[in-house]
Structures are given as C-alpha cells and as structure tokens.
Design a protein around this ligand. Sequence first.
Ligand SMILES: Cc1cc2nc3c(=O)[nH]c(=O)nc-3n(C[C@H](O)[C@H](O)[C@H](O)COP(=O)(O)OP(=O)(O)OC[C@H]3O[C@@H](n4cnc5c(N)ncnc54)[C@H](O)[C@@H]3O)c2cc1C
Length: 248
Amino acid sequence: MEKYKLKIIEIIKETENIHSFKIEKPSNFNFFPGQFCWLNTESEDVNFTPMAIASGILENELKFTVRVWGDTTKALFNLKEGDILTVSEPQGTGIPLNILSTKKVIGIAGGTGITPIRSLIFSRTDKSLTEVAYGAKESTDLLYKNELSKLSINSYLTTEKEEPGFHNGLVTDLLSKIVPANENSFYFIVGPNPMITAVLSKLYELKVPTSHIFLSVEKFVNRDVFGPVFPLEELVNLRQFLVNLLPE
Ligand SMILES: Cc1cc2nc3c(=O)[nH]c(=O)nc-3n(C[C@H](O)[C@H](O)[C@H](O)COP(=O)(O)OP(=O)(O)OC[C@H]3O[C@@H](n4cnc5c(N)ncnc54)[C@H](O)[C@@H]3O)c2cc1C
C-alpha cells in the first residue's frame, strides 16, 4: 500500500468533536467518491485509521472530516496546520463510474455519513445531478450546512430537535417527499446501521428498485476485504445484514 506524507493546509473546527483536515493532494491521487484512506500521524506512532475521502475529484486539495473517538483520532486532533499527515493511497470501493458520470443520485446521510456524499457532489461538474437528504440530532451537528446551502443543489436538512430553517424529524421522514419526484434516480445511503436499515425499509415501501440503491457499510471494511460501497443487489446474499428487509 503506497503512503504519502502530506502537509495540513487548514483545520476547520466543524463542531467541538469533529474537525476537517484540508491537506495537500498528490498529483497521482485518483479516486472515486465513497473510497477511503488509512490515516496516521507523520511518525505513525498510533494505529492507522480508515477515513472516507470528503473532497471531490474536481478539488485541488484532499479533505477528511474526523470525529474524535480513541487513540488515533485523538492524535490527529493534536495536529496543527503545517504538520504532516500520513495518508494511504485510496482504498476500497466507491460509486461506479457509470453512475458518477451521468445518473441523478440522491445522497441520504446521517452524522459523519455526509463525508462521501460531499465527495460525490464535488466530483461532478453538474452539481444538480446530486440531491441530499441529511439528518442529525440538532443543527449544530449538521456538517457542511453553510456550504450545502450555497450550492445549486436540492438539499433537505432535518433535525430531531425542532429548529427554524430545518425540516423536523428523521431523515426517513423526508423520503416520501423526495422519492416520488425522482423516479429514475439512484440512491446512495451512508450512516449508522440503524439509519441504513430504516432508510432501506422506507425505500422499499416507496418501490425504489434494489438495482438503484448503493450503500456505504463501514462495518464490512478491513485491510483485506472489500467495501465500503456496495450495490444493494450484491448484499442480498448477506442475509444476516438484510434479514427482514428483503422486498416481498
Ligand atoms: C471506510 C470507513 C470510513 C470512515 N470514515 C469516517 C469519516 O469520514 N469520519 C469519521 O469520523 N469516522 C470515519 N470512520 C470511523 C473511524 O474509522 C473510526 O471512528 C476510527 O477508526 C476510530 O479510531 P480511534 O483509534 O480514534 O478510536 P478507537 O480506539 O478505535 O475507538 C475508541 C472507541 O470508540 C468507538 N468507536 C470508534 N469509532 C466509532 C464509530 N464510528 N461509531 C461508534 N463508536 C465508535 C470504539 O468502539 C471504541 O470503543 C470510518 C470508518 C470506515 C471503516
């Protein structure tokens, strides 16, 4: 696995415990939205940790948005602008080119799941090919909300706490409005497993064909296996994950 030592250009404090790292992008760094990198400090003194690429193909810098949890993410939070990050070459599966280049995609995200959807938006010249349905507990947890509001895309932001300027409820509550108006669209779901389960149930209810659904499932990623992005049809055999969710 090739590794790069890349300078941190800017650190953006998205929330108290979520920071974005804007870093140098090597000239040969080719990726698809949905792929991830293994990150570490310059001296590699903690474990490498996987992080979705949040920047788009069309951007000149790389971006990762990191929630602080344990040893590695704490070590990343101690870094300053100008410090060096160790970044692996892009890993895993992403959104396939035939979808990326021409198809309308509705990104459905919870929490930091918005990061690969940001990558998707900034990988496409025609930004209106992507719409976003994004939910969080409260508006302070909604990442990139100012950026999203400035783009010429439909973004539906919802919060569990009632707040002016946002839809109220869960991301699944938005789907009855969005799906019927997007009959031939594809769907890219990224978030915690309970959210994925709830969104899939809703999409089935709204008769979205399984061939139009892509998921990012962090749980299925390790150094040797595959993922995180799967066409739903590929997952249909993994019954443990999909039990009770298969369409009738
Ligand atoms: C493909 C992929 C992409 C990812 N992209 C992102 C991203 O863009 N941004 C981001 O912030 N994170 C992302 N993650 C999750 C991230 O890799 C973990 O949060 C990170 O590995 C934690 O490492 P650590 O050493 O800081 O904490 P650890 O020491 O590994 O964990 C500390 C504690 O926190 C718990 N924990 C760690 N991560 C999570 C989590 N995600 N949810 C709930 N509990 C958790 C652990 O179970 C443990 O108890 C991604 C994971 C994968 C597999």
